[in-house]
Each structure stands twice: as C-alpha cells, then as structure tokens.
Design a protein around this ligand. Structure first.
Ligand code: FDA
Length: 322
C-alpha cells in the first residue's frame, strides 16, 4: 500500500527526480554512460547485453536511428573490449511498419555483429509480434547467421510449441532468453496468475535445456533461480565444466556451458553477485538512451513494490546505484 503510494507520487514528480530514482535501473542517456556502468560492473565478473531504449516507431527514419546507434554500440563493445552483446526490439527496426524493411534492418545489424563474433538477441515484445520475431530468427539462421536468438515468455500458452517447432528447424543452434514476460497478455493466450506464470516459466526453462538449446534464465524470482539451480544439478550442468548434453551445440564465443543467468541493471545485485561467485555466467541487461524517462515510468508502473526501493534511495542515497 505504502509502496504504491510512493510510486504514484513519484509519477507526478519532475523529470529530474525520476532520473535520480531511475539512475539505478538506466545507465543514462548516452552510450558513454552505458560504457561507464559496464566498466564498473566488469570488476564484479558480470557480462552484459545492451539495450538502446525505445520501442515501436512511427517511421522508418526512426528505424535508421536505431540501426546506426546499435552499430555505434557494437564498435564501443569492441573498442572497450567489453564482454557484451546486443539486445534489440524488432519493432524499433520497423517490423510492424514494413516487415520486409524491418527484416532487412535487423539482418544488416546481425551481419555486422557476426563479423565481430557478437550475438544479437531479439527482445520479445507483445503478442502482436511473437510469430514474426521467431520467424526473423529462423530466416536469419537459414541465411547462415547463427549469432541471433530471441526471448520466450513463460506466461504465453504457445511457448512449449514454439520450443518444439524451433528445435525442429535449428535444433541446438537455438539460443533463448526465457523470462516470465512483461506484457499483460489476455487470458485467452496467456497464464495470468503469479503461480501459473512461475510454474510455466520453470517448465519452459526445463524444456529448452532438455532440447539442447542455449538458455539465458532471465529472472530475479528466487524460486525460479532455485528451480534452475536444481535443474542444472539434475542435468549435470554447472559452472566450470563442459556442457554434458549430447544434443547441445558446440560452445561458442561469449557463452556459458549451455546456460547463463540474466538480470536487469539495478535489480537483485546481491543475488547476481552470489551466482557469479558460484561460477555461473551472469549477464546484466544495460538500458541506456534518450528514452530513459519513458522506460523508467514503465518500470515504476509495472512493479509497484519499487516504491520501497525509492523510499530506501531517499533515506539512504548511497544505496541508490546499480
Ligand atoms: P518477479 O516479477 O516475481 O520479480 C521478483 C523480484 O525481483 C521482485 O519482487 C522485485 O524485488 C524484483 N524485480 C523484478 N523486476 C523488477 C524491476 N523491473 N525493478 C525492480 N525490481 C524488480 N520480458 C519480456 O516480455 N520480453 C523481454 O525481452 C524481456 N527481457 C528481459 C531481459 C532480462 C535480462 C530480464 C531479467 C527480464 C526481461 N524481461 C523481458 C522481463 C521479464 O519478463 C519479467 O517481467 C521481469 O523479469 C520480472 O519477472 P521476474 O521473473 O524477475 O519475477
């Protein structure tokens, strides 16, 4: 209750206040800000995926901006020798405006990334683009570009079918991030209760690992992380060892032994550091960009418990950092 009240008040505050609150979750408006944060977190043993903030666009000119900016990000990763890859929103590349052009833009980035042996993750947006996003990955693999994968959302009914279908086409080249899914999808296509979403996310993680895919477990939920740790144990998978699965693909540059944990910048740092200490590969999702305000507002609205974090940041400002 108190937390919701704090969030409601924060949403009415000036931009500078929202920026101060969100500095924990957003690297800043510029690429330099993102590099600074990564340089700091590097010492904690983290690796990274970088997100240029922004989503659905209204013209293809905007798509060009995202393409150019991601090429800049790619060069910054190489120049600063960062252990990092790219996370992109397919709609920001034009997928909903002009499917063909959107596909060309994404292909152009994935092709340039391949030259640097760099992976590109297509973030999963709402259900309007689930099929198209998966299809982009399959089409690019068919063209020989295997440095690309997407995200599957545990809450969607279709996810087990997607894992089966993708496995039939690209088998162990499949590389997923599996998360609960951030979009509140209709009951007809998605699980809506907290416990069902958690159970289905766990099942998706199991299924993808058993199919030989590379899996990024993207959750801060302790039961999901614990489920995964038990599952890894059961599958004889773990840090500092070869991936034992017969159906898994060869180890690739920038990847762990068949899996990695992924978390958002500023969320559950102690848990991430503990996993890293245990030897697991842990990746931090680093958002930056001019659209920091919109991103921050969305995060505040989707997670009302964040109010308590705001109160803590206010009372103990030294804790308000990623
Ligand atoms: P849950 O929501 O139960 O969170 C567990 C606890 O973690 C909370 O109680 C809170 O303490 C903390 N927490 C979680 N999220 C927080 C936040 N935003 N701010 C502050 N504290 C938070 N979704 C999607 O639809 N498409 C995508 O491409 C991605 N990509 C993605 C990448 C990465 C690296 C992560 C970690 C997550 C995503 N997601 C996503 C979001 C994901 O689907 C999901 O909405 C959130 O991770 C929250 O779910 P949890 O599993 O963390 O559990």
């Amino acid at each position: 209750m108190l937390s919701r009240l704090i969030v409601a008040m924060t949403l009415r505050m000036p931009r500078w206040f929202v920026r101060w609150v969100s500095r924990r979750y957003v690297a800043g408006p510029t690429l330099d800000d993102a590099v600074t944060v990564m340089k700091r977190l590097e010492s904690e043993g983290a690796c990274f995926t970088i997100d240029v903030l922004g989503e659905e666009i209204s013209s293809l000119d905007e798509a060009q901006y995202f393409l150019d900016e991601y090429v800049r990000v790619m060069h910054a990763i190489v120049d600063h020798k960062l252990d990092a890859n790219l996370s992109i929103k397919p709609t920001a590349f034009g997928l909903l405006i002009d499917k063909q052009k959107g596909m060309e833009n994404i292909e152009s980035l994935v092709r340039q990334a391949a030259e640097h042996d760099m992976f590109v993750r297509l973030d999963m947006e709402d259900h309007r683009v689930t099929t198209e996003t998966i299809q982009v990955v399959l089409d690019l693999h068919e063209k020989g570009l295997t440095n690309v994968g997407t995200v599957l959302q545990g809450r969607l009914h279709r996810t087990p079918d997607d894992i089966n279908n993708v496995a039939q086409t690209i088998a162990s080249d499949a590389d997923y991030r599996i998360c609960k899914g951030i979009y509140l999808e209709p009951e007809a296509i998605a699980y809506t209760s907290k416990s069902d979403i958690r159970t289905k996310t766990n099942e998706a993680i199991r299924m993808a690992l058993e199919h030989g895919a590379y899996v990024g477990i993207a959750s801060h939920d302790i039961p999901v992380v614990n489920y995964t740790l038990d599952l890894l144990n059961e599958l004889n998978m773990g840090p500092n060892m070869e991936d034992p699965r017969d159906n898994a693909g060869p180890k690739r540059h920038g990847k762990g032994p068949g899996y990695e944990f992924q978390m958002l910048l500023g969320v559950r740092g102690p848990m991430r550091r503990k996993l890293t200490k245990q030897g697991h590969r842990t990746r931090v999702y680093i958002p930056y960009g001019e659209k920091w305000y919109e991103y921050s507002i969305r995060r505040l609205q989707e997670n009302p418990t964040i109010g308590l974090q705001i109160a803590k940041a206010f009372l103990m400002p030294w804790t308000n950092r990623p």
